[in-house]
Design a protein around this ligand. Structure first.
Ligand code: ADP
Ligand code: MG
Length: 409
């Protein structure tokens, strides 16, 4: 075994661990099963990369999306870490397996579908494993905002392998965390929770009232780069057009665009110091742009977790940034209708709870940050001084009006 701190300095060139990283790495080095809940940008990857190099054997990393795996492999390459993925789409399957068998891989990425598939256990069972990392571990829980049934089937595989497990997620409320622990066989004292506060982000939430004018007013005050999340592909195009016409370069981003156009729009945004991207929630995962100055939601996000994750893309550099949410009563009625007609029975109660939590956030006359942090199990002060309600307490009549609209929706 090698010293984690040496690896941090020499392989990564970082001067020290950040936040709870050290605590997580220590537990994994000691062979203990662990769940690390750390906000986006906190450096979750390092928590499995360092023990992967410090412990003998290969680290198996379960990851939900091929695009995410490729981002991670590219980043690992940059540090000189030997990483590959076993996916159905891959041409170099035979080569990857050969490298795995000869101990030539530090990290092996695999999708849950493949990890639980026939044959994988036989293959991986014969490989010395440094650890098993389960990234985006909230996918294991029906309470999580992104349930993936195959994550639920991982347990038998984990139980046959002799390696510590490290589950990682940015967004898990209390119920989701409890579920992850049970589903993945991690003891309750294996939970490591990082602080969720993003003090440099100013939160503002208000009813939609001519969204195009509201966005233009926002841009007039905010010259830096920003993301506008829109509820549909058509809406991203419309917003991009209207904001561009008002003199601010804005490009659309959604899954229906030609992949080349989509990639070009993303690259233009990442390189820009003043551009806006009008996007569906397809935009964001794996995008590293530290100087995003604002994130605006033109419609209701899916949940508080989604809101936190999407707004968390603002101000990763630590400089002041803004999160603006514009909501309408019709967003709630649409979401309610969807829950009652499209969501399977067993998930309906959870989705209702999630929607009610969002309603409580948008209606709140008090501190927005306090609501967010309490949602993630923290005990924040009653007022943060950096959200709309703390900076300018709402007139009672407005709150009542908003609540009335919401209830009659
Ligand atoms: P997460 O998965 O938690 O969102 P990442 O693992 O992608 O975050 O890390 C975010 C960024 O922070 C990466 O560029 C990573 O290299 C950097 N980083 C992580 N840990 C450290 C550290 N201890 N010192 C400096 N930079 C770090
Ligand atoms: Mg990550």
């Amino acid at each position: 075994m090698t010293d984690p701190l040496d690896i941090l300095h020499h392989t990564f060139g970082f001067s020290g661990f950040r936040g709870v990283q050290q605590q997580v790495v220590d537990r994994v080095m000691a062979g203990a099963n662990t769940l690390a809940v750390m906000p986006t940008g906190a450096g979750k990857s390092l928590c499995y990369q360092v023990p992967a190099l410090a412990r003998p054997g290969t680290a198996l990393v379960v990851s939900p999306l091929i695009a995410l795996m490729h981002d991670q492999i590219r980043a690992a390459d940059g540090f000189g870490i030997r990483a590959a993925a076993l996916t159905s789409a891959d041409d170099n399957r035979a080569e990857t397996i050969a490298r795995l068998k000869s101990g030539d891989l530090d990290l092996l990425y695999v999708a849950p579908e493949r990890a639980t598939g026939a044959g994988f256990r036989d293959l991986i069972g014969r490989i010395p494993l440094a650890l098993i990392a389960i990234d985006e571990a909230h996918c294991v829980s029906e309470w999580g905002h992104d349930f993936r049934p195959d994550y639920r089937l991982l347990r038998p595989l984990l139980d046959t392998l002799d390696a510590p497990r490290l589950a990682l997620t940015a967004t898990a409320d209390k119920a989701t965390r409890a579920d992850i622990l049970v589903q993945l066989g991690i003891p309750a004292d294996g939970l490591i929770l990082a602080g969720f506060d993003r003090p440099n982000i100013r939160y503002a939430i208000r009813p939609r009232d001519g969204i195009s004018g509201q966005l233009k007013a926002l841009l007039a005050e905010q010259p830096g780069p920003g993301i506008v999340y829109a509820p549909s592909r058509a809406a991203t195009e419309k917003i991009a057009e209207s904001l561009s016409a008002s003199g601010r370069r804005t490009l659309p981003y959604h899954a229906g665009l030609d992949p080349r156009v989509r990639a070009a729009n993303q690259a233009a945004f990442v390189a820009s110091e003043d551009m806006v991207i009008a996007a569906t929630i397809a935009f964001g995962m794996g995008i590293d742009k530290p100087d995003v100055r604002f994130v605006a939601h033109a419609g209701l996000p899916k949940s508080i977790e989604a809101y936190y994750q999407e707004t968390g893309r603002a101000g990763r550099d630590g400089d002041p940034a803004e999160a603006h949410l514009f909501w309408g009563a019709e967003d709630f009625s649409r979401a309610r209708r969807r829950i009652e007609t499209e969501v399977p029975d067993e998930r309906r109660a959870g989705e209702r709870t999630r929607l009610n939590a969002l309603a409580a956030l948008v209606e709140a006359p008090g501190c927005r940050r306090a609501i967010l942090l309490r949602h993630f199990g923290e005990t924040p002060p009653a007022s943060c001084g950096n959200c709309d309600n703390c900076l300018a307490p709402p007139a009672t009549v407005d709150a009542t009006e908003a609540a009335r609209k919401l209830l009659s929706a």
